[in-house]
Write a protein that binds this ligand. Structure first.
Ligand code: ZN
Ligand code: ZN
Length: 72
């Protein structure tokens, strides 16, 4: 499965950061379909299998790849 331009790959950590209360399992691929991806938001490699659709209505879901400002 390749990440198309219409969606973001997102790690669980970034998901939680943005939406602390939102359920993530609706967005998550079954474990066996997941592969290593780069998180759009922190550019870390992850295997959390979360894909968010790009929503033109929402400014939340912009690719913000700025790895240097992310404290680990
Ligand atoms: Zn993205
Ligand atoms: Zn991330």
């Amino acid at each position: 499965m390749s990440a198309g331009a219409w969606r973001h790959s997102m790690c669980l950590k970034c998901f939680r950061k943005r939406w602390p209360r939102r359920k993530f399992w609706g967005w998550q691929l079954p474990e066996k379909l997941r592969s290593w991806e780069t998180c759009c938001f922190c550019s870390k490699k992850h295997k959390d299998g979360i894909h968010m659709k790009k929503d033109p209505q929402s400014k939340e879901l912009k690719c913000t790849i700025q790895p240097e400002i992310l404290p680990e």
